[in-house]
Design a binder for this molecule. Structure first.
Ligand code: UTP
Length: 473
C-alpha cells in the first residue's frame, strides 16, 4: 500500500486497537512523516492482538505447576550400550545425516557485549570468537567423517545483518559456500506491566525476539526444514551460542538419541549434575508420564533443595541446552500454525521505551516491561520418548552469560584451561595447578588438534606446563 494512504491505514486500525486497549500505539503518529506512518502501520498490522490479549490475561502461558514432577531416568557414557550407540552416531555423521543448528538470536543483555554474542572472543589464548570455535568443530568433524555438515544459524532482526557480515568478513571460517545458512527468528511486542504494548520510538513498536523456542517455527518458515529434507538430513544438533565447551556433533549422544530403545529419536537433551541447589539452570524432570524441563525460576525452593537417599540433589539433572531433534519431529510439530504453538513464558525486564503519556524516551532503572518468549525445551514432552543423557560439566559446559562472576568470560576461560589440563594429564603431561586445583596456566587445545583426551594420542605434546604459561596446541 502506498505511503499516501498511511494516514488512512492508521485511522482504519483505530477501532481494533481501541477494542484491544492498545490505541496509544498511534497516539504520536501525527508527528510522523508519511514514510514513518507507513512503517508504523505495517508493524501494528502484523501484531497478533488476540494472542497478546490471551497472554496478558494469563492464558496461553506455560504452567509451572502442572502436577508434581519426579526426576527423569538418564543414560550416561558408562552405559554398557554406549559403544554400539557411538558407532551408530558415527554412521549418521559419515553419511551426512546431521546438521548443526546454533540459536544466536538472543539479546545478550547480561554480558553487555557490543555485537552479536557469537562474535565474542571466548578462547583462552587466541581469543577466538564463539562462531569460530563452532566452525572449527564442524571442520574437525568433517575431517574425521568425510561428509559435509550444514550449519544453520538463527539470528534475530536486531543482529542478523551484523552476524552475516561477521561470517563474510571471516570468509565463513573456512566452511564451504552454501554450507552456512542463516534464518531470522520471529519477534513479539513487549508490553508494560498493565499489558499495553510499548513503543521504542514514535514509529516503532518495542519488539523482543520470541525466545529460543521460536527457532522451531523459524526452521519451518525459512524453508530450512524443506532444505534439510532435500539434503538428506535426519537429525538437527541444537546448541546455544554461549558455550565454548559445547560438543556440537557428539557421536555418542547422536547414537543414544537415534538408536536407543529409551528414545523415540524425536528430541533428546543433555544434562550435567547441578553445581548446587541455587544454580540458575532448568532441570529435567518427569511429569504426567513425559520428560521435560522445569525452568529454575519455576522450581519451588523445597524441590530445588530436596535430596535423595544418597544425599544428592533430587532434581540434579541440569539442562545445558544441548538437544537433538529429528527433522521429522520439527516438521510435524510446526506443520499446523494453530496447533504447533509452544506455551509462552512471561519475563519481567527493563525495556527502553517511550512514556506512553508524553512520548518522552525512558531508560528504565527498574523492570518496567514484560517480554513473552517460548522455550525450545517445551517441545520435549511432545516427543513420544525423550531421552536425557548425562555428561560432565568439565568436558562440556562453561557458558558465558554474565560480564563477571559465575558463568562469565573469566570463569569460562578457566574452565576451558581446566578441561585441556585434564586431557594433557591423561596423556602424561605434568600441568601446574593452583591451590584450588585449577590449571595454573592458560591452555587452549583447538578442535582440529583434538576434541577429546583420546584424540591427543600421537600428537606432539610438551612434557610439562609451568605456572603462568600460555599454551596453544
Ligand atoms: P539466554 O537465555 O542466555 O538469553 O539465551 P540471551 O538473550 O542470549 O541473554 P540475556 O538473557 O539477554 O543476557 C540462551 C540462548 O538462546 C538464544 C541465545 O542467543 C542463546 O544462544 N536465544 C535466546 C535466541 O536465539 N533467541 C531468543 O529469543 C532468546
Amino acid at each position: 500500500m502506498s505511503q499516501l494512504h498511511a494516514a488512512d491505514r492508521l485511522a482504519s486500525l483505530s477501532p481494533r486497537l481501541e477494542a484491544a486497549g492498545q490505541e496509544h500505539l498511534i497516539r504520536f503518529a501525527e508527528r510522523l512523516d508519511p514514510a514513518a506512518r507507513a512503517r508504523l502501520a505495517e508493524q501494528v498490522e502484523s501484531i497478533d492482538l488476540e494472542l497478546l490479549l490471551r497472554l496478558t490475561s494469563g492464558r496461553g502461558l506455560a504452567h509451572a505447576d502442572a502436577g508434581e514432577p519426579s526426576p527423569p531416568e538418564t543414560v550416561d557414557a558408562a552405559d554398557p550400550a554406549a559403544l554400539d550407540r557411538r558407532r551408530e552416531g558415527e554412521r549418521l555423521l559419515r553419511h551426512g545425516k546431521v546438521a548443526a543448528f546454533t540459536v544466536a538470536g538472543g539479546q545478550g543483555t547480561r554480558l553487555g557485549w557490543n555485537g552479536p554474542k557469537g562474535t565474542f572472543p571466548a578462547t583462552v589464548v587466541t581469543g577466538r570468537p564463539l562462531f569460530r570455535v563452532f566452525a572449527e568443530q564442524i571442520l574437525a568433524t568433517q575431517d574425521r567423517f568425510g561428509a559435509e555438515v550444514p550449519w544453520y544459524v538463527m539470528t534475530s532482526p536486531a543482529n542478523d545483518a551484523e552476524t552475516q557480515a561477521f561470517f563474510r568478513d571471516n570468509n565463513r571460517f573456512g566452511l564451504a559456500p552454501g554450507q552456512v545458512c542463516f534464518l531470522v527468528q520471529g519477534t513479539m511486542p513487549s508490553v508494560d506491566l498493565e499489558g499495553r504494548i510499548l513503543l521504542e520510538a514514535p514509529d516503532r513498536v518495542a519488539l523482543n525476539p520470541d525466545g529460543h523456542g521460536g527457532s522451531l517455527r523459524a526452521l519451518r518458515e525459512s524453508g530450512a526444514i524443506e532444505e534439510m529434507k532435500a539434503r538428506g538430513i535426519e537429525q538437527i544438533s541444537y546448541f546455544q551460542v554461549d558455550n565454548p565447551l559445547v560438543r556440537i556433533l557428539d557421536p555418542l549422544f547422536l547414537g543414544f538419541h537415534a538408536a536407543d530403545e529409551r528414545s523415540s529419536g524425536e528430541m533428546s537433551g543433555k544434562m550435567v549434575p547441578k553445581r548446587n541447589a541455587a544454580e540458575k539452570v532448568g532441570v529435567f524432570c518427569r511429569r504426567g508420564g513425559r520428560t521435560g524441563v522445569v525452568e529454575y525460576s519455576d522450581l519451588p525452593k523445597s524441590l530445588a533443595e530436596a535430596r535423595d537417599a544418597d544425599g544428592r540433589l533430587r532434581f540434579r539433572a541440569g539442562n545445558i541446552a544441548v538437544h537433538l531433534l529429528s527433522v521429522e519431529f520439527v516438521d510435524r510439530l510446526t506443520a499446523d500454525p494453530l496447533t504447533s504453538g509452544l506455551p509462552y513464558h512471561r519475563a519481567v525486564k527493563k525495556v527502553p521505551c517511550l512514556d506512553l503519556a508524553t512520548g518522552q524516551r525512558i531508560e528504565p532503572s527498574e523492570p518496567n516491561g514484560v517480554k513473552f518468549e517460548t522455550f525450545v525445551f517445551d517441545a520435549m514432552p511432545i516427543a513420544r520418548k525423550a531421552l536425557v543423557m548425562e555428561t560432565s560439566r568439565l568436558e562440556e559446559f562453561a557458558p558465558i552469560k554474565n560480564a563477571s562472576g559465575e558463568d562469565s568470560p573469566a570463569s569460562s576461560r578457566q574452565a576451558q584451561s581446566d578441561r585441556h589440563a585434564s586431557w594433557l594429564e591423561a596423556r602424561g603431561v605434568r600441568v601446574a595447578r593452583d591451590a584450588d586445583g585449577h590449571a595454573a596456566a592458560r591452555i587452549e587445545i583447538q578442535p582440529r588438534t583434538a576434541m577429546s583426551a583420546g584424540e591427543l594420542a600421537g600428537k606432539a605434546l610438551p612434557d610439562r606446563i609451568d605456572p603462568g604459561s600460555e599454551v596453544v596446541i
